[in-house]
Design a protein around this ligand. Sequence first.
Ligand code: ATP
Ligand code: MG
Length: 252
Amino acid sequence: MSDPVIELRDVTRRFGALTVLDGVSMSLLRGETTVIVGPSGTGKSTLIKLLVGLLKPDAGTVLVDGQDVGKLGRAELMRLRRKFGMLFQDGALFHGMTVAQNVAFPLRHHLALKREEEERRVEVALQQVGLPGLGRRRPDELSGGQRKRVGLARALVMEPMIVLFDEPTSGLDPVTSAAIDELIVDTRKRLGLTFVVITHDVQSCVHIADRVGMLWEGRLRAWGPLAEVTASTDPVVRQFFDRRSDGPIKVV
Ligand SMILES: Nc1ncnc2c1ncn2[C@@H]1O[C@H](COP(=O)(O)OP(=O)(O)OP(=O)(O)O)[C@@H](O)[C@H]1O
Ligand SMILES: [Mg+2]
């Protein structure tokens, strides 16, 4: 269970004159939760886009499950993307649809399942996130925490190998954030998936991470097991971990 499922080798990505990622290398192990932190604009979302092939590196290699993402054609990229579940910031639910229709959306897009099979998989996904039986509700009839759970159910319904989370606890109060962290840890353990989480929330990072990467000015300023990174004496790393620890923080 400890081979790398994602590998970045000396990855550089520029936008015009701006070098956003500058020779970043990291190996993400199967079954682990890797948390990526770093101030706004340091390339966290860019990194995620490179993993799913929405962007290509200018130099270096991105390997996912042994495939060189930058070299894949359209059809191969579509297949690759099925290996990923994605939990978007704010859940990104469709408000005109029920919870069940939201969760079923990727299934309908990618697979033509029989109605009963689709309903079964939706209900399993809702159970996995602690929302059994809520399929008929609409997103605006749910709390913020419940909406995040629906977003996670939608990310899990395709039975992905890797789940990408963009700010899973943003906009939530500390208690609800802690519940979402708990759900992330539980789900990872139960399903044995590989998670990549972007967050600005120190508490969440400390709670869920096996491994932490801190991006800073285009480079990986810190990278390693949680305990190692949190013990770092690098002032840039300390600046992140020594922020208030009594609730979620935001780096603006
Ligand atoms: N398609 C693009 N074209 C031009 N510049 C871009 C593009 N995408 C991102 N950038 C720039 O690259 C830099 C990194 O952006 P990115 O979205 O990866 O940051 P981030 O770390 O996710 O920030 P945040 O924490 O605010 O979400 C920013 O300066 C951004 O303006
Ligand atoms: Mg971002």
